[in-house]
Ligand binder design. Structure first.
Ligand code: FAD
Ligand code: DLZ
Ligand code: SF4
Length: 509
């Protein structure tokens, strides 16, 4: 019997991934390929490229040790075909394989490429999730609005996580009311473990330094987990040290505190080094043992079996054109400050610097600082999407796109977000200590020193009045705007226009 090729891509690094389950180690050949098409379809952060390539190489070793035959292509192999379909064709010619088994990729671009490949590819569902795509579609069918909260309750029932019989533990599905506390200024947290690169990772780091030095982002120090064993250690560290206060300070931001109580487990989850169920089961066990409060355990589990599964369902349900949507007609170029140009806005400078150094920023920085600013300033959502897909180590399109284009930029017209996540500087001031060190004054609403979030907030609401004024959750904001004097409103809009013009002209803002 001729062998089959078993494709394992860079975010499919799980021993139980469907293509491996369907294959026979005695007959089939696992294909893993480092290719330029994947390394440059967006200008990925160097840490992200290093993470993926190092994790791929370590996973290949594990597969070999488990008895699989591998055809592994390094990025600088002279015969490298440069793309995944190209590598499959080359390996098929080499081995006489007539069929490919592949787990469905997490991106339409690659699904389409594999479907169009010049050899038969059997695409198997990616079942490393709590909710299958068919199940999500069944949940969504006939609903007017696809609200995450209701989907999440289904996932709680399905998994039994934090359930007491038919009822949610603690009598409530959601404990957000106890969360969202600003962090006390003196709060300092133990950073997640940084893993010293071994020889294999060092080799990758040298390769990335040589080939991708022009990409935005700092390569070293590099400490991401690159094996399942390290990912499990990272999970353990989170469960012991940061989970207890995860809930309370989930939305907080502090200067210089890059991780606070966050898990920093998304890269491990998205590459397949950890599975969502095992992570949530560990978190639930901590709560059942009395080591963490329910609001923390629930807050975390909601992100993983709620948001993470929900955005995946949305991405595949909405289809390949999702990333081209621009419901608000925003067209401004992404400001240079997103690529590190100096800015006096302390919150933006902090979020971008962290992103450059770590390939990581936590959720509220992504949503309420960089995302909020892009939305208020009217930046072209395709450029915002490309930025988020490039700069974060955890960015894979199925999860990044609905977060960016849906939750953050409302470019999908409100499929994900029932109201835009916009705020003035007041919200950032409440949740962080950034404003104290800013060139702008958060309390000033007009004038040259006014916080740009204050100016742009009203500018945004004014620009999109027709779309949003009938949204009951926005009515209060429009009432506040309408209560201002005509003169004040004109000044705010003129100051906002002036500030945007200065930014567009490349002045330091
Ligand atoms: P924690 O805050 O500790 O949360 C725990 C886990 O919950 C995360 O590891 C993650 O797996 C999951 N999670 C939390 N929020 C979300 C969410 N909104 N959607 C999906 N999963 C979630 N997440 C990605 O994994 N990849 C992305 O490319 C990505 N892009 C984003 C872009 C924007 C504009 C926004 C607003 C959010 C984005 N997120 C993305 C969601 C979220 O910000 C990250 O999952 C989170 O910051 C990862 O850090 P953490 O592991 O410390 O998360
Ligand atoms: C992100 C990434 C990078 C940088 N490089 C590779 C690679 O060389 N080979 C590979 O198989 N996968 C890589 N990936 C991950 C893929 O881009 C990922 O599988 C798709 O984004 C689909 O989810
Ligand atoms: Fe950000 Fe405005 Fe505060 Fe400055 S004053 S840190 S721009 S919110």
């Amino acid at each position: 019997m001729s062998p089959r090729l078993v494709l394992v891509m860079g975010d499919q690094l799980s021993a139980g991934v469907s293509a491996l389950r369907a294959a026979d180690p005695a007959r089939d050949i696992v294909v893993m390929a480092e290719v330029m098409d994947e390394a440059r379809y967006v200008p990925h952060h160097p840490k992200k490229i290093a993470l993926v390539l190092s994790a791929m190489r370590h996973f290949a070793e594990e597969l070999r040790a488990a008895g699989w035959t591998l055809a592994y292509t390094h990025l600088d192999d002279p015969d490298n075909a440069g793309s995944i379909p190209g590598e499959l064709l080359r390996r098929a010619a080499e081995t006489g394989a007539g069929e490919v088994l592949a787990t469905r990729p997490g991106e339409w671009r690659l699904i389409e490429a594999l479907e169009a490949a010049a050899l038969p590819v059997r695409l198997l569902p990616d079942d490393r999730f709590v909710c299958s795509l068919a199940e999500f579609d069944a949940w969504a069918a006939g609903r007017r609005e696809l609200r995450m909260e209701y989907f999440y309750r289904e996932m709680r029932r399905k998994t039994g996580l934090l359930m007491e019989g038919e009822r949610p533990a603690g009598g409530k599905w959601n404990f957000d009311h106890d969360n969202r506390k600003p962090a006390p200024a003196e709060m300092r947290r133990r950073a997640p473990p940084a893993f010293t690169p071994d020889a294999m990772t060092e080799e990758v780091l040298e390769l990335v330094a040589a080939r991708f030095h022009d990409n935005f982002g700092t390569l070293r120090p590099f400490g991401f987990p690159v094996t399942r064993a390290q990912a499990l250690e990272a999970l353990d560290d989170f469960a012991r040290h940061r989970l207890p206060e995860f809930g309370a300070y989930q939305d907080a931001m502090l200067t210089g505190e890059r991780f606070l109580n966050h898990a920093v487990l998304s890269p491990c989850l998205n590459l397949g080094l950890l599975g969502p169920r095992e992570v949530c089961e560990r978190v639930e066990a901590e709560w059942r043992a009395g080591r963490v409060p329910l609001n923390s355990a629930e807050g975390f589990i909601r992100q993983v079996i709620g948001w993470r599964e929900y955005v995946r369902g949305i991405y595949f349900r909405e289809g390949p054109d999702y990333t081209a949507r621009n419901a608000l007609g925003h067209a401004r170029d992404l400001p240079a400050m997103y690529w590190g140009a100096p800015t006096g806005m302390a919150c933006m400078a902090q979020a971008v610097a962290q992103t450059r150094d770590d390939g990581y920023a936590h959720h509220i920085q992504r949503l309420m600082v960089t995302g909020n600013f892009a939305l208020l300033a009217g930046v072209d959502p395709a450029q915002v999407h490309e930025w988020y897909l490039s700069v974060y180590a955890d960015a894979v399109e199925w999860v990044e796109a609905p977060n960016t284009l849906g939750m953050s930029q409302v470019a999908d017209g409100g499929v994900v977000a029932s109201k835009p996540y916009v705020s003035s500087g007041n919200y950032i001031d409440r949740m962080s200590d950034y404003c104290g060190g800013c060139a702008y004054a958060v309390k000033e609403k007009t004038g040259a020193r006014a916080c740009p979030f204050n100016l742009l907030y009203w500018h945004f609401l004014h620009r999109h009045r027709q779309r949003f004024e009938t949204n009951p959750r926005m009515a209060q904001m429009y009432r506040t705007w309408d209560r201002m004097s005509e003169e004040k409103r004109s000044t705010v809009l003129a100051d906002a226009d002036r500030w945007l013009a200065r930014m567009e002209a490349g002045e330091d803002v």
